[in-house]
Ligand binder design. Structure first.
Ligand SMILES: [Zn+2]
Length: 238
């Protein structure tokens, strides 16, 4: 933590212009890989300095993260990393079960060969991330697999609901997952894609079973949280 009595040092490396999207990505990733645990305060002045970003643009980033339910904005308290409760975790997966079973059913009816190919291409990208042991990419691509399926199933309302649920799921998984466990095991997506290719209605059950497994693999218990220092997380000089 910077001593408040010291004069501000001129920014050096941090002075490199960054755009809001990059700052969003860095904060999002730090939350997802748990370097910033739930309830960490995201102090505006500190983040503005770390990223060399103006206050208005930083607030836009925080608002976007709040919209994605990864960050909580509270009047007079500012922004903190959201803390999904055990109850919320269960409810999110219960909602996903209903929505995604319905989306798989629509997918089977409406998907074209081109759509199936798109899903297979996505699967190949997931495989690459697994081979490279790129955990950040694995988490992102796992969620995107479910969203792609929803896009193809072509119901905008359900897609919108699912976007929100997937974003919450990513944080739930980051918080409650056993260390080293996989968010979505690649075999589950492969098996599901195989059934979808054959337009086999068994895919509906595969989807609900897959979601049940993801939930069952979480260590759902309320726990106290560690603290993180923003500067050391983002590699800025203090
Ligand atoms: Zn999955």
């Amino acid at each position: 933590m910077r001593n408040a009595n010291l004069p501000l040092r001129p920014r050096r490396a941090a002075a490199k212009a960054v755009d809001s999207a990059e700052v969003h990505e860095r904060i999002w990733s730090a939350i997802m890989d748990h370097s910033l645990p739930p309830e960490t305060r995201l102090v505006e002045t500190e983040l503005c300095e770390i990223f060399g970003l103006g206050r208005t643009r930083l607030r836009q980033v925080l608002q976007r993260l709040a919209h994605e339910r990864v960050v909580t904005l509270m009047p007079n308290r500012g922004a903190t990393v959201a803390k999904p409760s055990v109850r919320e975790a269960r409810e999110v997966f219960a909602a996903r079960r209903v929505i995604e079973a319905s989306l798989v059913e629509s997918f089977i009816k409406t998907a074209t060969r081109k759509d199936i190919k798109q899903l297979q291409d996505h699967l190949a990208r997931e495989d690459d991330a697994w081979r490279g042991n790129d955990r950040r990419a694995i988490l992102k691509l796992s969620g995107e697999f479910h969203l792609l399926l929803a896009e193809i199933a072509d119901n905008n309302i359900l897609l919108e609901l699912l976007r929100d649920l997937i974003s919450r799921s990513s944080l739930i998984i980051a918080v409650y997952q056993a260390p080293g466990a996989a968010p979505c095991p690649p075999d589950a997506h492969r098996e599901l894609t195989g059934a979808l290719e054959r337009r086999d209605r068994g895919a509906i059950k595969l989807m609900t079973q897959h979601l049940d497994h993801v939930l069952a693999d979480l260590m759902l218990e309320d726990r106290g949280e560690a603290r993180a220092d923003l500067r050391s997380v983002f590699g800025a000089k203090s």
